[in-house]
Design a protein around this ligand. Structure first.
Ligand SMILES: [Zn+2]
Length: 264
């Protein structure tokens, strides 16, 4: 049976002598695997479609319980991502995250749309990379069902704080600076317990909390449209959103390590 689908290549790896297996993110069926014969040959038409970050209309057929790519046309290759190492590293991390938060056979139109928008934002340098990265991480936490309660202090219920905030990663909540210092009775609470299972407290300021709230409520079209001019606040947001998603997904990402390596 022949069929077509619009999909984004989020993973590619060599298979056999000259073939490739690709993971394609689609709106209707989530992640799907496809085998592309001859895709590693430069002369093959499939080679153009089977590149990481390519968004294409893909033609395939099913045989022997597998999907075989037979052709297609490229909608967007995001070719500009190859011109900047840091952008490439970030895009690689974004699609690895996308693969992690989607399932095979589970429709994910919103995640596909957000992932495409994010690749576009990186390619065009729409916003600083750290801001794009945080927006995607917060989005990923929200669609995966483990968003923190970012709206008020979990202890006293205050919505705005004059003494900054702490993001309590493992308990999905924020605590205002006042409650945190009352609890610790003036003694410094270690920001992370040794096993990192109960206690990962990350400092946040009002700007960082406001940005997190904005991303949580924004439509996909407007999700990057916030501004943090203060680099310290941006640093809080970047560290907090990264620690949040990584700890909740309980895994590390080689692409994220790569991003940090090329960032320095
Ligand atoms: Zn409080």
């Amino acid at each position: 049976m022949r069929a077509t689908c619009d999909g984004l290549v989020i993973r590619e790896y060599p298979y056999g002598e000259n073939d490739k297996i690709i993971t394609v993110l689609t709106a209707d069926e989530g992640k799907i695997l496809m085998t592309a014969k001859g895709a590693r040959s430069m002369r093959s038409k499939a080679s153009v479609i089977c590149r990481l970050f390519t968004y294409a209309n893909i033609e395939y057929y099913k045989k022997g319980g597998r999907r075989w790519l037979s052709g297609g046309s490229v909608n967007d290759s995001f070719f500009g991502l190859n011109s900047d190492m840091q952008g490439f590293a970030l895009a690689s991390y974004i699609v690895q995250l996308a693969a992690e938060i989607t399932g095979e056979g589970v429709p994910c139109p919103e995640i596909l749309r957000m992932t495409l928008n994010t690749l576009y934002a990186i390619e065009t340098k729409l916003k600083p990379y750290g801001q794009i990265k945080s927006a995607y991480e917060i989005f990923a936490a929200n669609v995966s069902g483990f968003a923190p309660d970012i709206w008020q202090c979990d202890d006293c219920g205050c919505e705005s704080s004059e003494s900054d905030w702490w993001l309590d990663v493992m308990n999905d909540r924020i605590i205002c600076g006042d409650c945190h210092s009352k609890k610790s009775q003036g003694l410094p609470v270690p920001p992370t317990d040794e096993l990192m299972t109960q206690n990962i407290l990350l400092p946040m300021d009002n700007n960082a909390v406001a940005a997190w709230r904005y991303v949580t409520e924004a439509s996909l079209k407007r999700i990057f449209a916030f501004g943090i001019s203060d680099s310290e606040s941006m640093g809080y947001l970047e560290r907090a959103s990264e620690a949040y998603i990584v700890n909740h997904l309980e895994r590390s990402f080689d692409t994220l390590d790569f991003y940090h390596t090329v960032k320095e």
